[in-house]
Design a protein around this ligand. Sequence first.
Ligand code: NAD
Length: 353
Amino acid sequence: MTRAFTFPGLPTRVIFGHGTLAQTAAEVARLGHARALVLSTPHQKPQADALAGALGPLAAGVFAGAAMHTPTDVTDRALAAYRDAGASCVVSLGGGSTTGLGKAIATRTGADQVVIPTTYAGSEMTDILGETAGGEKTTRRDPSIRPEVVIYDVDLTLTLPAALTMTSALNAIAHAMEAFYAPDRNPVVEAMCRDAMVAFHTSLPRLATDPSDSAARGDALYAAWCCATALGQVSMALHHKLAHVLGGAFGLPHAETHAVLLPHTTAFNAVAVPDLLAPISAVFGAPAGAGLWDFARRIGAPLRLSDLGLAAPDLDRAADMAMKNAYWNPRPFSRDDIRTLLHMAWEGRRPTT
Ligand code: NAD
């Protein structure tokens, strides 16, 4: 039967390679801007300062206060810096936290964004922004949030610590996993996700032994772009909902939480859609959830929510929160199902499906 689908197009300009950071000035100018504020976390300020130096008169300054989950008080301070500097563009150098700050500025001011991702989280290719105010995280999608240009420079990922390399990559694989069964999936996204599974499967064990393996870094960043594109094109389901609950309400670290949940959410949904998740089991081993758990253990990724700081009594509250605001999932679920899944992930048990 002919398959029906909608392909929304790929609106973001992408530059990929080694040493591509040097193209930042040309990209800011190509967008028609004379002053760009460079953003980073405090940890990556030296890199942001160096980039501002390389941008010369195009740099309107550096704001190095980006933080996880985009707190709105940080955004307010960054907005003041953006306006005081007379900028009309942001250059976000870093992981999802820095990209989030750039998005928060862009959606409030109309600023163009040039994003230079240094993790595999994938925010750079999406129109999604999660922000935290008063301890509550809210997420929304809007076209004004999507970056105009993304510059992937493989060389910048050579410094990504080994542990974050593995968890950030499993975070990316989670985007692909949910894209394989998304009701609005399309053949372009599926092809990219299949390619990404192979590239991550070969590169991550190499990076586990040598994080400075430049060729493996290239494969991993390419895979991350594929998974990020999926996140930016199609809807997510149970996995992302649970990660959102655990990160937003319990303060669990983003990449690690995705990494621990992934085998369990995959195993749960594989029961309903084994055919759609076949690209995962074909690469990581069958059944899909067990295959991903074995792979995560092999590359040294965390396996237990209890190791991430979640206390046993939190499991009930997390299950209650995951049942709020009904959302689509390929397999219907009850509160007991979620409680059992979370308990498996909390104990770090190997799933059987
Ligand atoms: P992160 O951006 O918080 O980075 C973690 C730490 O690693 C930071 O200190 C950072 O400076 C450092 N770091 C990053 N790259 C490095 C490198 N190459 N070398 C050395 N250190 C480096 O972590 P993340 O997992 O990339 O992002 C998590 C945040 O992104 C969360 O707030 C999450 O909600 C958000 N996110 C949003 C989307 C979206 O589409 N809106 C998608 C994915 C993630």
